[in-house]
Design a protein around this ligand. Sequence first.
Ligand code: MV4
Length: 446
Amino acid sequence: MFDKVLIANRGEIALRIQRACKELGIATVAVHSTADAEAMHVRLADESVCIGPPPASDSYLNIPRLLAACEITGADAVHPGYGFLSENARFAEILEDHNITFIGPSSEHIRIMGDKIAAKETVQQLGIPVVPGSEGGISGELEARKVAESIGYPVLVKAASGGGGRGMKVVHRSEDLLSSMASARAEAKAAFGDDTVYMEKFLTKPRHIEIQIFGDGQGNAVHLGERDCSLQRRHQKVFEEAPSPALNADSRKRIGDTVAKAIGELGYRGAGTVEFLYEDGEFYFIEMNTRLQVEHPVTEMITGIDLVLEQIRVASGSQLTISQEDVTFSGHAIECRINAENPRTFRPSPGRITYWHPPGGLGVRVDSGVYQGYSIPPYYDSLIGKLVVHGKTRNECLMRLKRALSEFVIDGIETTIPLFNELIRQPDIANGMYDIHWLEKFLSKP
Ligand code: MV4
């Protein structure tokens, strides 16, 4: 096991990782920018190192500075959290070259899944269902026409280096195909320096359902069920739940077993998420995330498995101690992302928290990195906390969520809490009847 872990992140996830380290008896190193000197993750760590000025490119994303912090403190492993360098294959590789363990998958698996075409080919070969479309990238106009005609309009042109919704173009009619392809290519070139694009059938009203998986890099892998993350705005998730109101136990087991088998064969190590679109009873792979995700607590609440603790264990060379039969699902969990933002426009609202009273009680978990009197700096993501609620049934979970939201008081800044108070009173949400477009439609109503 490691003696000392450096956490290359900030905010609630840095605290979350510290908690797992503490339970394992591992010392923690916080890194921070000058803007984060007063942050909670710095106060709670055993040691801290200032790694640069506020812009992330000069601090949390700066590999030489992070390496220096490892060197100074003698950390033997790095946990990247989510965002920042968590899916940077080069960072994982450099750490390994310096005999520091990257708590995550191999750099090779990060690289494959970062290339959306390679990812799709890889998982398809392992038996995971994918969206019908081009085989690999599209080179010529003739090929584009052929593929579009064979899968039928509407089609979606996606950037190979994209992901998370960047660099996509919907094409409704053959007349628009070539011009849309050209603009998708130009956008991809400008954004990622790579104009490779591929084509898929455009699914018009899917849900976003992702399967949490966990492997030990030695061929063993389990799935921990799904999360329904369909409530999103501009590709930012807002509200996530497990199990999905759209799945039954049979379809959960079928897709879960397929994914776990594939991930085991791949020899994948650590936590990962296989993202699907789900429409008319069918699953279609879109992407795989090779990191711990923001919404991982939803899975922890219904399985009782500490995902970060398991990440650290397998990174230190341990085999998976859980088999698929050991994974049991209990009740329902919902996460609301508490952002320092206007609840209607989502405009960031940094500033001082003059009053902070989080909810408590049975089945209520608040993961946050802030405190009363803390000033939220304007430089980073506006997520300041996550309210995660568990109940025996979805109904009990919703009742408890309503109660917890009513207890939550945050003064001095705007937050997304009022939006959640509104959402849980919508019949479609209460009934679990929503797709990936529901939230934006709701927000566009006067
Ligand atoms: C799609 C799609 C419809 N059809 N692919 C957006 C983010 C990226 N992960 C994939 N995305 C989509 N891919 C096909 N073939 C619709 C989306 C999409 C979406 C997906 C998940 C959650 C929210 C979304 C919002 C808009 C579009």
